[in-house]
Design a protein around this ligand. Structure first.
Ligand SMILES: [Zn+2]
Length: 282
């Protein structure tokens, strides 16, 4: 898994462009499981989808590839929840590996999709923006009909659930992380669903020629460092050590006192600095 992901990170979109079907390493079914309290992993092997539940309805974050929704739905049912009880679907960013399944999930649930204005525009259009660092041509996905927009710091609610948008641009201009409190009996934890913050681009793109994008990354790193973060779930689960934590068998394996968010930011910031140094010929 680690080898695969490094390859994907190094190759960027060239590697992800063909990775759209059920046979892909990123799209394997995995057993759903509880992360903390009412927060559950329902995604596929390398694309996180997270379910936050309440008796008054649920919130789902991200939809995987265009053919991930049936797997996500099967995971939700396996945990004993009803897919039609999902009231909101929140989006991290507008690449087809995280947004490709959202239209189908909306069709299955009737849920309202929620995203930042730039991500919402891309979801309605059915493809990423042309100024995206990874843009190499149109990589379309099913258009999403009904999308509500959120401001940075805005909280969306379903019954007792309250999830707050934290803008984390850079990887895409509209990139958004999401945070909420999840309780297990009387023990509550701040959970962060962390968007991609790695500097990945198409061949020939230079971050040093886009200081506005570098600035966005720095803003996003600072935002995630500031966030209250007892539990991190990265949009690619292996980037926040999901499988090691799960396999450790330790109680509270996902609670790391903020170390996970710090490590996630540090790894991305180191990559950006390396990339900028390489572009400067250092
Ligand atoms: Zn992406």
């Amino acid at each position: 898994m680690i080898k695969t992901c490094l390859a994907f990170v190094l190759c960027g979109l060239a590697a992800t462009a063909h990775a759209q079907n059920s046979d892909d390493d990123w799209n394997k079914p995995v057993e759903p499981f509880q992360i903390h309290g009412n927060t559950y992993y329902v995604g596929v092997s390398s694309l996180s989808s997270v379910l936050v539940t309440s008796p008054q309805g649920h919130i789902l974050l991200d939809g995987g590839y265009p053919d991930s929704p049936q797997r996500i739905a099967a995971s939700i049912r396996k945990l004993g929840f009803r897919v039609r009880d999902i009231k909101l679907i929140l989006s991290s960013h507008d690449h087809f590996d995280h947004a490709g399944g959202i239209a189908e999930l909306q069709r299955m649930t009737g849920a309202t999709v929620v995203a930042s204005p730039l991500t919402a525009a891309a979801l309605k259009r059915g493809h990423m923006a042309e100024d995206d660092p990874q843009f190499v041509g149109n990589t379309p996905f099913a258009k999403v009909a009904k999308v509500r927009t959120v401001r940075d710091g805005e909280t969306v609610k379903v019954g007792p659930l309250a999830v707050t948008a934290v803008y984390t641009p850079g990887h895409t201009a509209g990139g958004t992380s999401w945070t909420w409190r999840s309780c297990e009996k009387d023990r509550c934890a701040s959970v962060v669903f962390a968007d991609s913050i790695n500097p990945i681009s198409s061949d020939g793109y230079k971050f040093s020629e886009h200081p506005e994008v570098v600035k966005q990354y720095e803003q996003s790193y600072a935002a995630l460092e500031r966030a209250s973060c007892d539990v991190i779930i990265a949009v690619h689960p292996e980037f926040s050590g999901m499988w090691e934590k799960r396999q450790s068998g330790k109680p509270d394996a996902f609670l790391d006192g903020g170390e996970g968010c710090k490590a996630y930011v540090k790894a991305a910031r180191d990559k950006l600095n390396l990339r900028l140094a390489a572009e400067a010929g250092k």
